[in-house]
Design a protein around this ligand. Sequence first.
Ligand code: C2E
Ligand code: CMP
Ligand code: CA
Ligand code: CA
Length: 417
Amino acid sequence: MHDPYAHVTLEAGTILFEEEEPGAYAYLITRGRIEIFLRRDGAEIQLAVRGPGEIFGEMAILDSDPRSASARALDDCELVPVSEAQIRHRLSETDPILRLCLTVVMARYRETAALLRERGVVARGDPAAAPSPAARADFDAAITAVVLERELRRALDRQEFELFFQPIVRLGSEMLAGFEALIRWRHPERGLVAPAAFIPVAEESGLIVDITAWVVAEIGRVLPGIMRAGLRNVAAIEGSLFVSVNVSGHDLARASFPGMVCEMLRAAGIAPGSLKLEITESTLMRDPASATDALTLCRASGMGIAIDDFGTGYSSLSYLSTLPITTLKVDRAFVRAMLSEPRDHKIVQTILRLADEIGIPAVAEGIEEPAEARALAAMGCAYGQGYLFGRPAPLAETLDRIRSWHADPAARRAPAA
Ligand code: C2E
Ligand code: CMP
Ligand code: CA
Ligand code: CA
């Protein structure tokens, strides 16, 4: 079995696999050439030579039948293995018609190859014909995704993820209301990596489910401390603190998700009302039925449900009447342009009115200027989040921030003695 964290290097002449063996990996070739051949009547028949920028060993992965041929390194080679699970997950996400086509093409290809072999004819592929620019771009994108995915798995194993927390305040009074948990990757060489650099690949590969499981467990570990710190500064804190976590449609599609979160809350001794789940409209629309089931269960047990980046999805709004939503988060894009663009001002106003009509509070994201906070408060926006009130910070700093929070911004922003 391959080291899941490493490229595979092969010396010239090495056999990688034989015809009829079961296959667990396809391979992207980054260096050297691979010969594809059959052994018949004591002789070898070369079917093809594959080189850098190409993939081989894909057939056994696509249809789970045995290897259709043997593979040997012609030179010293470097390969990037792509596992069956990686390919299966992506296949399950693609268009069903495309999936059907692939099944038919694979079956036909195997039949034709078997017929030709019976007649002693082999169709020979071009020896390592240079891939087209489009194929090369696909190849490069595949390498990037496979390598990053491998690194993310290792990051999970080595505990390199960390949660930062950004304050959410009551607009007007500037009392502290809660925090949003935001993931960071403390990479041994690259330093602190922002989620935009890895969450998209985690979503594509399905690894997000493991990352969210880590986030949920970490919340269980740190939330009791956050709640305790809050109890020591009740004058500056609105009610009891809450923490929001970001979850993806892939998480909600797992039937085990609500149980996992409830179990974490129970084990940590935290009231479900102290936890909010944030989901974007687009992730909700991936599989609305299973998302609705999961969120209904979570809400029934007492958790809050926030729609993130509200107004940027392609939503029909119909989910607002079927989902148990407790908060709308106004996207930063509207807040940023609100004071200079009358149109964005109107959009913010409309979202706030909508939230008010359906009887739930709104959180405005990305507030950087006091004027923005004032305007939002005047429009009836209940809560705000943004650099004005604090950037996302690690746990230790967050605990200090809670203990020393002061509703008066002048007192809060004064440099610590
Ligand atoms: P988001 O959920 O919309 O989170 C808010 C983002 O806006 C955060 O970026 C935050 O640092 C940034 N932000 C907050 N206030 C301001 C401001 O005043 N100005 C500006 N310019 N930016 C502000 P971050 O932490 O880089 O996270 C980016 C996105 O990554 C998040 O957007 C969320 O979609 C995703 N993400 C973060 N953590 C997780 C996680 O644990 N799980 C999942 N599935 N996604 C996560
Ligand atoms: P798989 O069947 O998994 O393992 C053998 C691999 O050889 C197969 O996937 C293809 O990648 C490749 N292969 C099989 N037959 C041919 C052929 N006729 N021409 C080129 N490549 C082939
Ligand atoms: Ca969010
Ligand atoms: Ca957001």
